[in-house]
Write a protein that binds this ligand. Structure first.
Ligand code: NOJ
Ligand code: CA
Length: 569
């Protein structure tokens, strides 16, 4: 009997240890969780890979490219919204949160994609559009049907100030009034984005419950987390105070205005903290689309001591134009000390591609490699954007009649819309870059696809793609890059140089952010390291396997990554 109880106790202990190990397996010796070491990759489902020839990418297309993503060094894919949607905002107008749009496939296809990805240790992150639904969502159609609808208060309905006068002066960020009059009930509804994207009323607890349940539904299906869309605008002033008007007009011809009364309300943080509680039950990660103006705003999204977003995106890098070593250095130092885990982004589906933003037309490949060497070796998690690894450039429409993104029509020609950064992924040099077997991709491929494509660049050891692969491979296996701190070691206005020290070694990263060849002196002894570096990855032609790191010659936009060893005293 005693032996049996001992066996039971021993069995219990084994189970406990296994459970502890499983949860421990989620963190490394430094206490990092999986997402802190992961490389995230955003893909725009319409544009990644089309499996059925209709010119629009789909889930089976994504599944067929999992081996490519694995080989590239991706650990998690964030799929921009693939839920049922009228596609006014190409999926950011969701009409059903718990299904897949038929143009992308079925729930069964989603499960298969997730299995294929997970079999290659790639996690799936979905895009959760929290601020608004489509006007075709059943919650909204019911809400609009009558003032007595059970869903009326799920959205923001108000009386106008008078005939044809909206409740206040707030503008939609996509142009013109943020209010739309609905004659059926004689009231106006609020939409921060397109008129077809009515804002949810997050002050209504029923909305919160329903939306939190959506996340549970997907967690139970196996998703590893969400990228949260447009969180800055979840709440607005219930008194509808007008926004202060400034001189001049915006690109849509509306008066300039500071959106202080419908943006970044403190309640956003309380709600995100509640959403995090739900995420924690499933060990999920929350990434925020957080357009913070400065580091203090970014800090708030980490929760200031409360558990809020693990990964608020820092977009400040994308605003540095032209390239400026001093400005990047200032930003990295600030985010490194912000109290959360840094998240770096250089491109996405709403902003001009990095290659077009920073390219000078002469050194584009070098600049793309240099920026990759930069943001993929910092202490923090990078979120790549599909095609960035090829040096893909924007391909903007030249005629308004070709524009697909509605803001490009409203704002033409000042605002050409976001089609340019959403063109099809370039898989090979064949027709339509191998994106579709059909004749008409939903957007034209960039003219550069003949040389900038996965097939050609994979064969060229000097391509941007090959460089990304080298840096990503290093990032996954190098302990200093995984665990090391960040120490800037120069104030040179043209050069970024830093160490990622851990234990008795450091990775040294040196980047020339100028179009001239430069000589740089680095005092490594001060940090306790020897001056001899073992070259790990470089974009420069004339670099020996062992380089002198105390004095380096840097080619224009050259990038150097090497290994230093501590001097034993
Ligand atoms: C941010 C998304 O990234 C963008 O594409 C979309 O238009 C707006 N949010 C509205 O959902
Ligand atoms: Ca398709």
């Amino acid at each position: 009997m005693r032996n049996i109880s001992l066996l039971i106790v021993a069995g219990f202990l084994v189970t406990m240890t296994a459970a502890a190990q499983t949860s421990k397996a989620k963190v490394d010796p430094q206490g990092h969780e999986w997402w802190q070491h992961a490389v995230f990759y955003e893909l725009y489902p319409r544009s990644f890979a089309d499996s059925n020839g209709d010119g629009i990418g789909d889930l089976n297309g994504i599944a067929s490219k999992i081996p490519y993503l694995k080989d590239l060094g991706v650990d998690a894919i964030w799929i921009a919204p693939c839920f049922p949607s009228p596609q006014v905002d190409f999926g950011y107008d969701v009409s059903d949160y718990e299904n897949i749009d038929p143009m992308y496939g079925t729930l069964d296809d989603f499960d298969k994609l997730q299995k294929t990805a997970n079999d290659s240790s790639i996690k799936i992150i979905l895009d959760f559009v929290v601020n608004h639904t489509s006007d075709k969502h059943k919650w909204f159609t019911d809400s609009a049907s009558s003032k007595d609808s059970k869903y009326r208060d799920w959205y923001i309905w108000r009386d106008g100030k008078g005939a044809n006068q909206p409740p206040n002066n707030w503008l939609s960020t996509f142009g013109h009034s943020a209010w739309k009059f609905d004659p059926k009930t004689n009231q106006w509804y609020y939409h921060y984005f397109y008129t077809e994207q009515p804002d949810l009323n997050w002050r209504n607890p029923a909305v919160k419950d329903a939306m939190f349940d959506v996340t549970r539904w997907w967690y139970k299906r196996g998703v590893a987390g969400f990228r949260l869309d447009a969180v800055d605008t979840l709440y607005e002033d219930p008194n509808l105070t007008d926004n202060p008007v400034q001189p001049g007009k915006n690109k849509y011809g509306d008066p300039n205005m500071e959106p202080v009364n419908n943006n970044k309300f403190p309640e956003v943080h309380t709600t995100l903290q509640e959403l995090r509680k739900v995420a924690d039950d499933y060990n999920a990660v929350l990434i925020g689309e957080t357009w913070t103006k400065n580091i203090d705003e970014l800090k708030q999204y980490y929760g200031g001591g409360q558990r809020e977003l693990q990964m608020p995106m820092d977009f400040m890098f994308t605003k540095v134009n032209p390239l400026s070593a001093s400005e990047f250095r200032r930003q990295v130092a600030a985010v490194d000390k912000a109290g959360g885990w840094p998240v770096f982004v250089i491109s996405n589906h709403d902003i001009v591609r990095a290659a077009s933003r920073w390219g000078d037309g002469k050194h584009n490949a070098q600049i793309n490699k240099m920026m990759a060497a930069f943001y993929l070796t910092l202490r923090g998690t990078p979120i790549m954007y599909y095609g960035e690894e090829l040096g893909m450039e924007n391909h903007d429409p030249t005629r308004v009649e070709d524009v697909k993104d509605p803001i490009g029509v409203t704002g033409w020609p000042q605002e050409k819309g976001r089609d340019g950064e959403r063109t099809p992924m370039q898989w090979n040099g064949e027709k339509n870059a191998g994106f579709t077997t059909g004749n008409s991709p939903w957007l034209p491929v960039t003219p550069a696809y003949k040389t900038q494509n996965v097939e050609s660049e994979s064969k060229d050891p000097d391509s941007v793609l090959s460089f990304y692969k080298q840096v990503l491979a290093l990032r996954h296996k190098n302990e200093q890059l995984l665990e090391g701190s960040y120490v800037s070691i120069t104030d040179d206005p043209n050069v970024i140089a830093y160490l990622r020290p851990y234990q008795d070694q450091a990775v040294l990263v040196v980047l020339n952010m100028s179009a001239s060849q430069l000589k740089i002196k680095l005092d490594l002894a001060k940090q306790g390291f020897g001056a001899e570096a073992k070259t790990l990855v470089t974009s420069m032609k004339k670099v020996p396997a062992q380089a002198s790191a105390s004095e380096m010659t840097l080619e224009p936009y050259g990038a150097y990554i090497g290994e230093l060893t501590k001097v034993v005293k």
